[in-house]
Design a protein around this ligand. Sequence first.
Ligand SMILES: *Cc1c(COP(=O)(O)O)cnc(C)c1O
Length: 421
Amino acid sequence: MPTQWYNIVADMSSRPQPMLNPQTRQPLTEADLTPLFSEQAVRQEFSTERFIDIPDEVRDLYRIWRPTPLVRASGLEKALDTPARIYFKNESISPVGSHKLNSAIPQAYYCKQQGIQHMTTETGAGQWGSALSIACKHFGLDLTVFMVNSSYEQKPYRKSVMRTYGADVIPSPSPVTQVGKELRERFPNTPGSLGMAISEAVELARLQPDTRYGIGSTMNHVCLHQTIIGEEARKQMEIAGDYPDIVIGCFGGGSNFSGIAFPFMRDNLCGNRHTRFIAAEPEACPKLTQGKFEYDYGDTEGLTPLIPMYTLGHDFEPAAIHAGGLRYHGAGAVVSQLMKDHLMEAVDIAQLDSFKAGILFSQVEGIIPAPESTHAICAAIKEAQQAKIEGKDKVILFCLSGHGLIDMASYDRYFAGELNK
Ligand SMILES: *Cc1c(COP(=O)(O)O)cnc(C)c1O
């Protein structure tokens, strides 16, 4: 298991523009963020150091399920009759079923180390909330999770998972925060959104003493923690005697994509590799292909810093697709800069195509993927089909970000013909 995370910012010739303080519009300083995040997370957010040591306490917990397997998808290769060699990195085997635990553990650890007692966060479908719940429990912190109301009602099991791990789960928008009260007044029938839930979690973290906010994606320190995925995959590909021509991750805010991609992108930036990197986003939330690159807020209410990113607008309300983890209006600053500089690509995947790909994958590989992960699978299938047309033996690597065993209601709706596009 690798001992360091990789910070791609160190190797970028054009680094991301600074985040801005929303009041002063001046570049954000570490002091602006320390009321919100642990000091270590903030330091990492601004770091330009190339490799950052993973603390022993974090590695001890990673060892519960890491290194995760790198799997040759021979069943899928056979089904597609493709000359491509397809590999996937199986992040679905983590105790919470997704890659999110890779960052939840260090975020909780750094809070604990600093003497913080409480954390707050938001969650959409519940994957991030579940991950931070168990991470906080490991370090004896308590956690309040604002869960998007529509998911709270429609996806009862992840709420149960979070409660089992000991978190306090509140449907958002809630009467617990000022911003929640205002949102409920302005939009009495709102199903809630990730942006609204972030506003609530941030408010609570700001107002309560000894409390910090945990974030599931987009920020540099989260992408940094996720690079454990790609650092392991590099070693494993070497053991397999292969190197990827194409690396693919599904894309919500960019953390699992960054995790699998950045350690290989290092060879493009610093060496002479020409690997392609593809972010697979849903057609219903196409920030990378259709969004604008501009300063925007991370939440609905404009409480977060202004972030230089590809965005559909902070008030964009994506359709209620089943890949809840991909329904976010923006992309992280680092990934956005890489996209702007043409160091990576993005594709949009239609919901029905993603489910079709997920079902084929389930039947030939035996693992039922999370609706989010099916976007990466679909993009990998398209590349493998293209390799067949071109008669090229391409090597494709994708990240299986999570399993879908708590999302079976979504598969049922697909089988019932109730999903569109
Ligand atoms: C949250 C989530 C995603 C999307 O988030 P990123 O930060 O873009 O990785 C993808 N897959 C799964 C299984 C998730 O839980």
